[in-house]
Design a protein around this ligand. Structure first.
Ligand SMILES: Cc1ncc(COP(=O)(O)O)c(C=O)c1O
Length: 376
């Protein structure tokens, strides 16, 4: 038995407090930033504060341009359109990712191809390179892990295949050769409340190519003529952001180093404190930032028991995304052999991961997990 805290005290505290799997971290400087923007007389919609937000993030990941949009799903969609993805085009997508990645492909009318993941839970390089007639690959640094992103980037370049990086989870993380957010032709970020930084909802497209940038801005801004009249060069929609959200994004981004440090410290605590033969805490590399802390439980049944047990202690967890191949509406999508992703997703569980977690929270969670015995 691992028992370093007084059990009764723990129970008392948890009766008052639920530990959420995720929550946004909002501090006074965020509030001040938004209030000060509102007092500035700005028109609230997208303008100069958004330009500043785009420039700061682009420079952080070493991209030339950033384009803010209402969310990460739209960011993927517009990026795919800029790359020429549409009906008849084949787009590789990892079998373990959030649903938005594949739905954005379907939105363009293109044909997804599900590719298995490797031990880092990212797209398998070995399985990808056997595929033919690919127009575009979407690589997802899932949970902040870089996997074989670098090798896949080199392979795509050599074979003249577009590479889109869905870096929704990975702001602050790195590959061995560059930052997440800078891989391939275009990258996207998401700023929902559980992401490294949040604007409530929000997304950003990061890129270096001026032609793609202009195409995306045309689609995003009604394809308005340069003179800002109501004459239009062609078809376009409205995917503008707001300066109100960007003012929050900027103050959140000011804390990025603190968030990254905190995430890494929490990972070390979980690794040190969780001690249960049926549970493995997955490690990250030094250059990576854990977004969610993932554990692998020996069987799906044990995992479900653990979820219920932690829930009864007021601790919320989250199942890893189901493999896309298991979603009924995607059953006719083409696929590689998907053995690893289909075997793994049922055993993967995400522990509380927010930037609000204290060391003490982690100690409590880890103790429960270490002492957990299943009913078998
Ligand atoms: C990997 C991945 N891609 C895309 C998205 C979509 O982003 P959004 O929710 O901002 O539309 C998410 C959202 O969590 C995600 O996890």
């Amino acid at each position: 038995m691992v028992h370093t805290l007084d059990q009764k005290k723990i129970e008392e505290e948890l009766n008052q407090k639920r530990i959420n799997q995720v929550e946004p971290f909002i501090s006074n400087d965020d509030i001040e930033s938004v209030v000060s923007y509102l007092k500035s007389g700005g028109w609230v919609t997208e303008h100069n504060v958004s330009r500043n937000f785009e420039e700061q993030i682009a420079s952080y990941v070493n991209r030339k341009y950033g384009i803010v949009v209402p969310n990460g799903t739209i960011a993927i969609y517009l990026s795919l359109l800029a790359l020429g993805v549409g009906p008849g085009k084949k787009v590789a997508v990892p079998n373990l990712t959030m649903i938005a990645t594949i739905n954005a492909i379907l939105w363009t009318g293109a044909k997804p191809l599900l590719v298995d993941v490797d031990k880092d839970l990212c797209m398998s390089y070995e399985k990808l390179i056997d595929q033919k007639n690919l127009h575009t690959v979407i690589f997802v640094p899932l949970n902040g892990r870089g996997g074989d992103g670098k090798k896949i980037e080199t392979w795509c370049k050599k074979n003249n295949i577009n590479l889109l990086e869905d870096s929704a989870h990975a702001l602050g993380s790195n590959y061995s050769h560059k930052a997440c957010g800078a891989l391939g032709d275009i990258s996207v970020l998401s700023f929902t409340p559980h992401k490294i930084i949040t604007t409530g909802q929000g997304g950003m497209i990061l890129l270096d190519n001026n032609k793609y940038k202009n195409l995306i801005n045309d689609l995003k801004l009604f394809n308005r003529r340069k003179d800002k009249s109501d004459w239009h060069k062609g078809y376009g929609l409205n995917f503008k952001f707001t300066d109100l959200q960007s003012s929050l994004g900027l103050s959140q981004f000011n804390k990025i180093n603190k968030f990254v440090k905190h995430k890494k410290q929490i990972e070390q605590e979980y690794l040190k404190l969780i001690n249960n033969g049926n549970i493995k805490v997955l490690k990250f590399k030094e250059i990576e930032v854990p977004w969610f802390f993932d554990i692998v439980v020996s069987t799906k049944k044990r995992k479900e028991q653990l979820i219920d047990y932690l829930n009864s202690k007021n601790i919320e967890t989250r199942n890893c995304y189901p493999a896309l191949s298991k979603q009924k509406y995607l059953k006719n999508v083409s696929k590689t052999n998907l053995d690893y992703s289909e075997k793994m997703f049922g055993k993967l569980l995400w522990l509380p991961s927010s930037n609000n977690l204290s060391k003490k929270d982690v100690k409590i969670i880890s103790e429960y997990i270490s002492n957990f015995k299943d009913n078998e």
